[in-house]
Write a protein that binds this ligand. Sequence first.
Ligand SMILES: Nc1nc2c(c(=O)[nH]1)N(C=O)[C@@H](CNc1ccc(C(=O)N[C@@H](CCC(=O)O)C(=O)O)cc1)CN2
Ligand SMILES: Nc1nc2c(ncn2[C@@H]2O[C@H](COP(=O)(O)OP(=O)(O)OP(=O)(O)O)[C@@H](O)[C@H]2O)c(=O)[nH]1
Ligand SMILES: [Mg+2]
Length: 464
Amino acid sequence: MATTTDFDTIAAISTPPGEGGIAIVRISGDEAFEVINKIFKGKDLTQVPSHTINYGHIIDPDNGSYVDEVMVSVMKAPKTYTKEDVIEINCHGGIIATNKILQLVLTYGARMAEPGEFTKRAFLNGRIDLSQSEAVMDLIEAKTDRSMKAALNQLDGNLSSLIRKLRQDILDVLANVEVNIDYPEYDDAEVVTTNLLSDKAKELSIRIKKLLDTSKQGKVLRDGLATSIVGRPNVGKSSLLNHLLHQDKAIVTDVPGTTRDVLEEYVNVRGVPLKLVDTAGIRETEDKVEKIGVDRSRKAIQSSDLVLLVLNASEHLTEEDKELIELTKNTKKIIILNKTDLEQKLTSEEIKSIVGNDESIITTSAIKDNGTEKLEEMIAHLFFNEGIESSQNDVMVTNARHISLLHQAKDALASVLDGIDAGMPVDLVQMDMRRCWDLLGEITGDSYNGELLDQLFSQFCLGK
Ligand SMILES: Nc1nc2c(c(=O)[nH]1)N(C=O)[C@@H](CNc1ccc(C(=O)N[C@@H](CCC(=O)O)C(=O)O)cc1)CN2
Ligand SMILES: Nc1nc2c(ncn2[C@@H]2O[C@H](COP(=O)(O)OP(=O)(O)OP(=O)(O)O)[C@@H](O)[C@H]2O)c(=O)[nH]1
Ligand SMILES: [Mg+2]
């Protein structure tokens, strides 16, 4: 692994682009002090104590002119975000001044940071592991309080320590097996060894399964629950979306076919982050634009975790409604009988007789704002009745990469057991155990490759 001294000095604007009260230009690396000394007029920053903020001016050394009045935070290695020398220039949050300062920093010795590169250094320099780095990003992108808690928990290293413990246990058993092979105490060393491996494989498998059990809810917390609102034209889909958003985002008219495109919004429903998709009403149509929308709706259903199927209670069930019920047969859904303020021609009982008693059905009036509370409750209940409250402080697996690695690790353990059953030689069985160890190591980044790092960190914000 590269040491800190091999890294050049990087810089970026760490605050969002645009005008703001204050903006921060961040510098990290061996030459951070050299760079700032060339462009800062005030105290000698190499002489001030670490973790202080210092008043002064940024000047353009070319002509000595003032660029901005600033506060400069000084953080000396190794107790910093990157474990390198870190300088943060807090300047006035205008676009021109901020960019001018970044330009000066780049001219006088730093290079532009790549997205996520500060956090990548925190990882490469050993302050945090890979799953903690990923948690930094999750924290920034968190959509509800609960998502944030899950990310913070991961940033604290709680997932990491569970994974480390698993890996240590694997190493222990492998070491034990090694000893038994090299210095068999008994004649039946082979049996003792396979028993050891098989007991451990079973036990580890249970622990990994427990982690995976949290992943369904965990993934929803991190990525949002893909939810699409479907129904034939004019039943009130967009009205419902607006209610859930508590704002008028989608266009609502009495013209069937108003929504032409798919509209996507995040909404926090009692702690469940929904990625809500309003679709064009599904019906066969000759209109070209609308036809594309209809195809998209079909696709939306296929890629949804949850479908809100809206029906018009003031009309009898149509062929199109029946087709939609059929189309969403195997999807988790809530059937919404809307327009209950009008004279009712369609009842919950009638729907039940078609879809069965197990489906969730509610009645609403989007126009009178009746029933949205009930709907929110139902959505929260559907996904969090399995005890998320109690697991909140526990470890939760939220990340698709981690989930996939845990599945592979569990498969490796299954191979250990299969191998033993099939009477395979211990050294072959051992390899599967070792593979499990490697796979778990990819979660924490104890084993990683450059490609994975590039791919992960490139998704980060600039300046993070
Ligand atoms: N101005 C500013 N605000 C910020 C950050 C930052 O880098 N700069 N952070 C960046 O994302 C977050 C805070 N996270 C941080 C995490 C670790 C360390 C750090 O220096 N850790 C050292 C020393 C800790 C100590 O003094 O005890 C360490 O762990 O060794 C700093 C910030 C949010 N706010
Ligand atoms: N009476 C009554 N009218 C409603 C209700 N919900 C929606 N509407 C009206 O029905 C019409 C259609 O509503 P939209 O929300 O645009 O329906 P949509 O399903 O999005 O329609 P498309 O985008 O065309 O598929 C509008 O005039 C709404 O005001 C309701 O509960 N009761
Ligand atoms: Mg609409």
